[in-house]
Design a protein around this ligand. Structure first.
Ligand code: ADP
Length: 644
C-alpha cells in the first residue's frame, strides 16, 4: 500500500472526469476486439454452466420418478427421445455438451481476456515510466523515490487486480441473471420470490462496504507507517547498531505493529460479521426453500404461487439458490474493493500521464564550436524554496579552460551547474554555450554535449564495464579501458578479482567513494563530451584518492571546457579561473595566485584549509561567529563536508 494517495501533487487534470474510464478508453480500446470476445464469451459461458442443474431436475422428474413428461424449457419436444434409455442417453449427451461448451467458452474468454489485460497494463506501465522519466528534475525534487516507484508498482498492479475482478464481477452478474432466467422458465412466481435472496445479500454487502471503508483507510495508513518505520530502521541499521539502539527501534516497530494489529482486527471483525450473516441468509434460505418447496410439492401451492412444484424443479432451485452466496459475497468484497483501489491508482497514473512535461525533443540542436560557457547576470530560486539561491551570477569559462567553483556548503555551486544542464531554468539572465541560450536548445541535444560527474555518482546494478559504457551504445572494450585510464580508474579496476566484469551493487556499495567517482568520470569521458562538469566528492577521501582525483581533473583540463566544483581548494589550485561563490553570489574570480593576492574570502578559505588559521581575517571570523552554527560553517568550508 502506498501513502501516495495523500500526495496532493498527483492531480488529475480538469479535462478528465473519471480517471479509470479515461485509462480504459485510451489503453483498452486498442484491444477492443479482444475485450469484446472475452466479455461475450464469459457471459455466454454462463448459459451452459447453468444447464446441468436444470437438466438434472427435469431428468429426475421424468426418468427417475416418472412423475412428469421429459419437458425441457426451450427444447422442442420433438427432439426428446420417447424411450427411457433414449432419455438417459439424451440427458448424458446434454450434460457432456454443456460441460464441453462451458469449458471451451471459459478457456477462450480467459485466454483472450488475459492477453488483452496484460497488453493494456504493459502499455500503461511503459507510458507512465516514459512520462515519469521525461519529467524535469523539480518533479523528482518534490517527491520521495518510494512514492514515485509506487505509481509504477502498486498503482499499475492495482489496475491489474481490478481487471481481474471486473471479469469476475461480470461472471457473477451474468451467472445470477442466467440462473434467474432458467428458474423463471420453470416456475416464474417462485423465481420472483427468490429474488429476495440476491437482493438481501447485496444489501448486506452494501452495509459492509460502507462500514469497512473508513476503517480500511486507517489500516492503510498504519501499513504506511509500519513500512516507513521498518525502512528507516533497516536503512539506518549502521547508525542503530553503532548507538546500540536496537531496543528503541524494536519498541517503535512494536508500537506501529500494534496499531496495525488493532486496526486490522476491526476490519476482520466486520468481515466476520458480514461473512457470518451472509452465510446465514444463504444457508437458512436454502432450508426455507426446501421447506416451502416440499410443502408445495406435497400439499399443492397456495394461490399466490400459482402452480405446484415438482421434486426436480425444487432440486434445480435449491442448486441455483446455493450458487448465489459465493459470487455475491465476492462481488461485494473483492470487486468493489478493487474498484476503489483502481480508482485511486488511476488518479495518480493519469496525473503522471496527462500533465505537460517538458518536451525533450523540442528546440534547436546545440552546436558546440569552441565550448565557451557564459553565465550572464543569472538569478534563480528553486520552486520548492522561498529563497533565491542564485543572484546576479556572471562568469565565463573560456574554451578548453578549467574553471573551479568554490565556496562554502550551500553557497549555490551545484545549482550553478544544474542550470547549465537545464535541469532548471534561470529566472533572469542567461546561460549560454557558444552563444546559444541553453533554454533555446533541446535538452536532449544540450546534454549530449555535456558530461556530468556528480559528487555521489550513481552506479547501476551491473558490471563496471556496463557502468562505464552506460552513456554510449555498443562501446568497445578498448574504448572503455581507455576512458578508465584517463579517469585514473584502470589501475584499481584491474586489481579487482573480476576486473571490468566486477559486479557492483545497487549503489556500488562495495567500492569506495573515490573509486565510484572515478568510474563516473570514465563514464562521462567515454562520451567525449565537449564540456565536462565535475562535482568533486565531498565525503572524506583519503590522500591517495584525493591525489588521483586531482590528477584526473588535471588530465581533463586543456582538452575540454571543464567546470569543477571543488570542496578541497587544493584540487582546483591549478585551474585557469576560480569562481568563488558565497550565498548565491559570485564574490571573487581569478587564478589561485590572484585570489590569494586579493586577500578576500578565497584567501581566508585557503588559509583555513592549509591550517594557517592564525592568519585568517577578522572579518571571516566575525562572519563565521555570526552564522547560526559557526564551527560547522568553518568546518564545512574547510573539509567540504556536506550537510544533508
Ligand atoms: P552547494 O553546491 O554550494 O553546496 P547547492 O547549489 O547544492 O549548494 O545549494 C544551494 C542552496 O539551494 C542551498 O541552500 C540548498 O539548500 C538549496 N537547494 C539545493 N537544491 C535544492 C532543491 N532541489 N530544492 C530547493 N532548494 C535546494
Amino acid at each position: 500500500m502506498s501513502e501516495s494517495s495523500d500526495t496532493p501533487e498527483y492531480e488529475v487534470p480538469d479535462h478528465v472526469d473519471n480517471p479509470l474510464v479515461h485509462l480504459i478508453r485510451r489503453y483498452a480500446s486498442p484491444y477492443g476486439a479482444r475485450y469484446a470476445v472475452a466479455i461475450v464469451g464469459t457471459a455466454l459461458a454462463q448459459i451452459p454452466q447453468r444447464v446441468p442443474a436444470l437438466v438434472v431436475g427435469v431428468a429426475l422428474d421424468a426418468i427417475l420418478l416418472s412423475s412428469t413428461p421429459y419437458d425441457l424449457p426451450l427444447v422442442p419436444s420433438g427432439w426428446v427421445p420417447t424411450t427411457t434409455e433414449g432419455q438417459v442417453t439424451f440427458t448424458i449427451g446434454l450434460l457432456v455438451g454443456a460441460f464441453a461448451l462451458d469449458g471451451a467458452l471459459t478457456w477462450l474468454s480467459g485466454r483472450v481476456a488475459g492477453t488483452a489485460r496484460l497488453r493494456t497494463l504493459h502499455d500503461i506501465r511503459v507510458d507512465t515510466f516514459d512520462a515519469l522519466v521525461g519529467r524535469e528534475m523539480d518533479f523528482f525534487d518534490r517527491r520521495q523515490t518510494g512514492d514515485v516507484m509506487s505509481v509504477l508498482n502498486n498503482d499499475v498492479s492495482n489496475l491489474n487486480g481490478f481487471g481481474n475482478n471486473a471479469v469476475e464481477g461480470l461472471r457473477f452478474v451474468t451467472q445470477i441473471a442466467v440462473a434467474f432466467a432458467f428458474m423463471a422458465l420453470l416456475h416464474v412466481r417462485l423465481a420472483a420470490l427468490l429474488l429476495v435472496l440476491p437482493v438481501g445479500l447485496a444489501l448486506l454487502g452494501r452495509w459492509y462496504t460502507t462500514r469497512v471503508e473508513p476503517v480500511y483507510e486507517d489500516v492503510r495508513e498504519s501499513v504506511g507507517r509500519i513500512n516507513a518505520r521498518l525502512e528507516d530502521s533497516i536503512d539506518g541499521i549502521a547508525t542503530v547498531k553503532s548507538f546500540a539502539r536496537e531496543d528503541r527501534e524494536r519498541t517503535a516497530v512494536a508500537d506501529a505493529s500494534r496499531e496495525y494489529r488493532d486496526r486490522n482486527w476491526s476490519v476482520i471483525r466486520l468481515r466476520l460479521i458480514f461473512n457470518y450473516s451472509s452465510w446465514s441468509v444463504s444457508s437458512y434460505s436454502f432450508v426455507g426453500l426446501f421447506a416451502v418447496g416440499a410443502y408445495i410439492n406435497l400439499n399443492g401451492a397456495p394461490p399466490f404461487l400459482g402452480r405446484s412444484l415438482t421434486a426436480g424443479t425444487l432440486l434445480t432451485f435449491l442448486l441455483y439458490s446455493k450458487s448465489f452466496y459465493g459470487p455475491i459475497r465476492q462481488l461485494m468484497l473483492d470487486v468493489l474493493d478493487s474498484y476503489e483501489n483502481a480508482l485511486a491508482s488511476s488518479k495518480r497514473i493519469v496525473a503522471v500521464l496527462e500533465t505537460d512535461r517538458q518536451a525533450n525533443e523540442t528546440g534547436d540542436d546545440l552546436r558546440v564550436t569552441e565550448g565557451r560557457i557564459e553565465y550572464d547576470r543569472v538569478d534563480f530560486g528553486y520552486e520548492s524554496s522561498d529563497e533565491q539561491q542564485l543572484r546576479d551570477v556572471s562568469f565565463t569559462a573560456e574554451p578548453g579552460s578549467l574553471v573551479g567553483i568554490v565556496g562554502p556548503t550551500g553557497a549555490g555551486k551545484s545549482t550553478i551547474t544544474k542550470l547549465l544542464f537545464r535541469f532548471y531554468e534561470a529566472d533572469a539572465g542567461t546561460v549560454t554555450v557558444d552563444g546559444q541560450d541553453v533554454t533555446d536548445v533541446s535538452p536532449r541535444s544540450l546534454r549530449e554535449h555535456l558530461g556530468y560527474v556528480s559528487q555521489d555518482p550513481f552506479l547501476f546494478y551491473g558490471t563496471i564495464r556496463q557502468n562505464i559504457g552506460y552513456g554510449v551504445d555498443d562501446a568497445s572494450d578498448e574504448d572503455i579501458e581507455h576512458a578508465a585510464k584517463l579517469a585514473g580508474a584502470h589501475e584499481f579496476v584491474t586489481g579487482l578479482d573480476d576486473g571490468y566484469d566486477t559486479q557492483v551493487g545497487e549503489r556500488g556499495e562495495s567500492l569506495s567513494g573515490g573509486q565510484r567517482q572515478r568510474i563516473a568520470i570514465a563514464r562521462a569521458l567515454l562520451r567525449e563530451p565537449e564540456i565536462l562538469v565535475l562535482d568533486e566528492a565531498t565525503s572524506h577521501v583519503d590522500n591517495e584518492t584525493e591525489r588521483q582525483i586531482q590528477e584526473s581533473i588535471d588530465a581533463l583540463a586543456g582538452e575540454r571546457t571543464t567546470l569543477a566544483i571543488a570542496h578541497r581548494l587544493s584540487t582546483v589550485r591549478n585551474a585557469d579561473t576560480i569562481v568563488v561563490v558565497d550565498d548565491g553570489r559570485v564574490v571573487e574570480q581569478g587564478s589561485h595566485e590572484e585570489l590569494v593576492e586579493r586577500d578576500g574570502l578565497y584567501a581566508d578559505l585557503w588559509r583555513v584549509q592549509v591550517g594557517d588559521t592564525d592568519a585568517v581575517s577578522e572579518a571571516f571570523l566575525q562572519r563565521a561567529r555570526a552564522e547560526d552554527r559557526p564551527s560547522e560553517r568553518i568546518e564545512s568550508a574547510v573539509d567540504g563536508e556536506v550537510s544533508r
